[in-house]
Design a protein around this ligand. Structure first.
Ligand code: NZQ
Ligand code: ZN
Length: 384
């Protein structure tokens, strides 16, 4: 196992009727900016619960943060934060709103052009405090320091990370996920699943704690994901998915082990260029990537096949084939297509995506740094 130091500062407040706990978790006398998206929170009662809990605070609101939040919109919010001397951001929504809040938190106090945080990796040295109410289990952003922002005019989807933008608290009430469209439920399960895979399916470093946590999360998502589609009113299913998605990317399972993230980096370019949902891109890239990397990932693919999918026998090639096929079938069972052609994307799209990877210096991806632009091209061709 590799050395590591681990701290996750986000307080998780989990369960029914927990939104009211906002009141006691925002520092007293804060001037709060409530951030949200297109308004789903007004239709499912979350907005009403949040504003009731804010009644003793001075607060303003900023709405319209898009799925795949845009730099342009977030900079408007950052201006508002400065103008109004906001000292606490409350993000209420899915990954896009929470990622957006993290960028606003950093951009509002950044000296210089805040785009450099994303484009140049400029260091974030201070940030406004934030907390969140999560409405879509998927990204894990509710308790990590990552944020992904898109600049629409240049079709660039870029990420930054900072310990300063971890939410102070995250309220996870599974009942708020009952209103999710089926597509978003499925996207969330697939995204969380692939977060685990990116930290698990690399090469062995004798890390049975991390491996068995990861395998438990994968099996939970394989079991509970389809139940969320067939029994959408089941609270326990929603709660299990919500907790699994948080645990998938709160840093725990990735400590001390190699990580991949190439599926995500290739997927981000597909979203930036063609507007596919984040999870849709991952479901396309991952099976083809596993096939292309089957030699490098051999030992972990066998472990994954045997432990997660309970594949038996001595024919190792067959186990690997079946593990990849089962992965693909799981995404399809969730209703998430797995080929570029399912979105009418042709070979020209592959060239565009690979050129974007080069532009963003994503030329040595994967746990071995061996996913070059040529290899990414092969992966995307497999995914046609
Ligand atoms: O805009 P609103 O009205 O809120 O509607 C949203 C949006 O249309 C809707 N929604 C959310 N909760 C709902 C709901 N509708 C009804 N009922 C509810 N309870 O769902 C739509 C999608 O929301 P979005 O926030 O975009 O989805 P998701 O949570 O999947 O977030 C995706 C973003 O997160 C980034 C992705 O790249 C993408 O930009 N990621 C962030 C990560 C991180 N910070 O660690 C890691 C991930 O890998 C990912 O890259
Ligand atoms: Zn993801």
């Amino acid at each position: 196992m590799f050395n590591f130091s681990f701290q996750n500062p986000t307080k998780i407040i989990f369960g029914k009727e927990q939104i009211a706990a906002l009141t006691n978790n925002i520092p007293p006398d804060s001037k709060v900016l409530l951030l949200y998206g297109a308004g789903s929170i007004k239709r499912n009662g979350v907005y009403q619960q949040v504003t009731a809990a804010l009644s003793d605070f001075t607060w303003l609101e900023f709405s319209g943060i898009e799925p795949n939040p845009s730099f342009e919109t977030l900079m408007q919010a950052a201006d508002l934060v400065r103008r109004e001397k906001i000292d606490f951001l409350l993000a209420v929504g899915g990954g896009s709103v929470i990622d957006g809040a993290k960028f606003i938190a950093a951009a509002a106090v950044f000296e210089g052009d805040a785009w450099q945080i994303l484009a140049e990796g400029a260091k974030v040295t201070s940030a406004i405090s934030l907390g969140c109410v999560l409405t879509l289990p998927a990204t894990g952003t509710e308790s990590n320091g990552n944020s992904v922002v898109t600049r629409y005019e240049t079709q660039q989807k870029l990420a930054f990370s900072s310990p300063l933008v971890y939410p102070k608290f995250a309220i996870l009430d599974p009942t708020v996920t009952f209103s999710l469209p089926v597509k978003q439920v499925a996207n969330g399960v697939v995204d969380a699943f692939i977060h685990v895979i990116e930290q698990y399916l690399t090469y062995p470093v004798n890390s049975p704690v991390q491996d068995r946590f990861a395998e438990g999360l994968l099996q939970t998502l394989i079991e509970q994901g389809p139940l969320a589609l067939s029994q959408p009113d089941d609270y326990d299913v929603r709660a299990n998915i919500m907790w699994a998605a948080t645990m998938a990317l709160n840093g725990l399972i990735g400590q001390g082990v190699p990580q991949d993230w190439s599926t995500h980096m290739i997927g981000h370019e597909l979203t930036a260029c063609y507007g596919l949902d984040h999870a849709q891109t991952l479901a396309i890239v991952l099976p083809a990537l596993l096939q292309q990397q089957r030699r490098q990932k051999r030992e972990k693919l066998l472990q994954y096949g045997r432990r997660v999918w309970q594949l038996q026998g001595t024919n190792e090639e067959h186990i690997i084939d079946q593990a990849i096929a089962n992965t693909k079938a799981f995404f399809q069972q969730m209703g998430v297509p797995t080929q570029l052609a399912d979105y009418d994307l042709s070979a020209a799209a592959i060239d565009t995506v690979v050129a974007k990877l080069v532009q963003h210096k994503m030329v040595k991806l994967g746990e071995h740094g061996d996913i070059t632009p040529d290899v990414a091209q092969q992966i995307l061709q497999q995914a046609m």
